[in-house]
Design a protein around this ligand. Structure first.
Ligand code: SAM
Length: 212
């Protein structure tokens, strides 16, 4: 999943500000007790999400794919005063853990965790978004972009995770998820409403800024 030489990765980690105590505890707990812990954004990507959010200072954030809540807490670090973060996950079993750590981070009042299918929940959330983080079922990424792009404010960001899919986007024969992720990257690049940057950080982050 990591494209960097392990020693360079380690050096970069060592020269990146540490995550706070709540995030470190959540990451440790997730790695020890939760299925598929590599789904968690982790230290470097978490700091990047936090930085992008702090630069943008969003009033409203939409996250598609909460998992144990790590990336939501990172994104909330940059939210404008009075802002709100909506995060959606289809797995109800994760709700108590994410809710516990949102409380521990002092974010109970500013995060709403919606349990259910994002494709049904997104249209039911009112208003516009200043930052969207897409990190759920890969086959639906192009659809998620279509669902949110007109609702993202000018200057707002649509960030999508895992867009290099461990390098499988280069395969000649692509499975369904790889085909969708490749289609996502091409769709975002071709869309004149956004400017995009595909960063080979961790498993690939596609960062698109709404310019109209
Ligand atoms: C990669 S994990 C999210 C990781 C999290 N953003 C982080 O960085 O810590 C993907 C999550 O998407 C959720 N998911 C998958 N399909 C979904 C859907 N249709 N609607 C909502 N959530 C979904 C899964 O249950 C899983 O928890």
């Amino acid at each position: 999943m990591d494209f960097l030489d392990p020693q360079i990765q380690q050096y970069a980690e060592e020269h990146t500000s540490p995550e706070n105590g709540v995030l470190a505890e959540l990451a440790d707990y997730t790695r020890e007790h939760i299925h598929l812990p590599n789904m968690l954004s982790g230290h470097m990507q978490g700091r990047l999400l936090s930085l992008l959010s702090r630069l943008r200072q969003p009033k409203t954030i939409l996250e598609i794919g909460t998992y144990t809540g790590y990336s939501a807490i990172c994104l909330a670090e940059g939210m404008a005063p009075g802002g709100h973060l909506h995060t959606i996950d289809i797995n109800e079993e994760l709700q108590p853990l994410a809710t516990k750590y949102f409380a521990q981070a002092g974010l109970t009042d500013v995060i709403t965790l919606h349990v259910g299918n994002a494709r049904e929940i997104i249209p039911a959330i009112e208003g516009s978004f200043d930052l969207v983080f897409i990190d759920a079922d890969k086959s639906w990424y192009p659809h998620y972009f279509d669902l949110v792009v007109d609702r993202v404010t000018k200057g707002g960001l649509i960030i999508a995770d895992n867009v290099l899919w461990s390098g499988r986007v280069l395969d000649e024969e692509k499975d369904k998820r790889t085909t969708a992720l490749d289609a996502y990257n091409k769709k975002v690049l071709a869309d004149e409403r956004v400017q995009s940057l595909l960063l080979p950080v961790r498993d690939g982050l596609n960062i698109a800024q709404k310019i109209v």
